[in-house]
Design a binder for this molecule. Structure first.
Ligand SMILES: C[S@@+](CC[C@H](N)C(=O)[O-])C[C@H]1O[C@@H](n2cnc3c(N)ncnc32)[C@H](O)[C@@H]1O
Length: 226
């Protein structure tokens, strides 16, 4: 049985038509995914972090093509995969069904600036949760930290360099360091602790098979108390 659900935010979560910037963001990412059917595998830092964990409930923020959500489901996690693009979440749902993990994947379309999925999670992953539109990202990530069960992990992985194939080639792009991201989250140290904050580099392969060294920015936070 295909028990995968695809939900839009409830009516109360959206006020009218939204601002022009919000509509632009949704349109931008919708066009992005309509124009590309390529399939991405799991992000390496998520695989490294989640592989030793006992599977539980996971939330993938800005899931995109769904490589991470599907990988987690295949490891036994129950995953809620969220993106602003309806096309992206529909593809994740189809892929989950095709691979026989539909019973472990829930897909929800949210503009996370406006609504956030319900539930409590053992792992929340935000992999390259970047957008060219204004977004109070730290507010979304703070909400994510509060959605963790005690002992749960929030893994934030950002770009720390511009890959040659990136959609964002703006030379003025600034990449906040892990400590800056942690400071913006402003989490109470009595309830959350930082387990990892670093900037590893790795070889990466672009969509046309090209290869380059890229830097990632990693922040791993654990909820230690209610
Ligand atoms: C750079 S992509 C990363 C996608 C995926 N996590 C990955 O690692 O390949 C950023 C993702 O965030 C999503 N996104 C951007 N703004 C969003 C918002 N306000 N609410 C929800 N998702 C958003 C985009 O649609 C896109 O899938």
């Amino acid at each position: 049985m295909d028990s995968t659900r695809h939900q839009r935010p409830t009516a109360g979560a959206r006020d009218g038509q939204g601002t022009a910037a919000e509509q632009d963001a949704e349109l931008f990412w919708e066009r992005h995914y309509r124009a590309r059917r390529s399939w991405a595998g799991v992000n390496p830092l998520l695989a490294e972090t989640a592989a030793p964990l006992r599977p539980g409930a996971a939330l993938d923020l800005g899931c995109g093509a769904g490589g991470d959500a599907i990988w987690l489901a295949r490891q036994g996690w129950h995953v809620t995969a969220v993106d602003i693009s309806t096309t992206a979440v529909e593809r994740v749902r189809e892929r989950a069904r095709d691979l026989g993990v539909a019973d472990r994947v829930v897909t929800e379309q949210h503009d996370l600036a406006r609504s956030f999925p319900a539930g409590r999670f053992d792992l929340v992953s935000a992999q390259y949760f970047h957008t060219p539109f204004p977004l109070l990202r730290s507010r979304v990530l703070r909400t994510a930290a509060r959605a963790l069960r005690p002992g749960g992990l929030l893994l934030i992985v950002d770009h720390g360099s511009t890959a040659p194939w990136s959609w964002n080639q703006d030379p003025d792009t600034r990449y906040p360091a892990p400590a800056e991201i942690a400071a913006e989250l402003d989490l109470d140290p009595a309830r959350w602790s930082v387990l990892r904050a670093d900037m590893p580099s790795r070889r990466a392969t672009g969509p046309a098979g090209e290869s380059a060294t890229v830097i990632d920015i990693v922040l791993l936070v654990q909820r230690t108390a209610r």
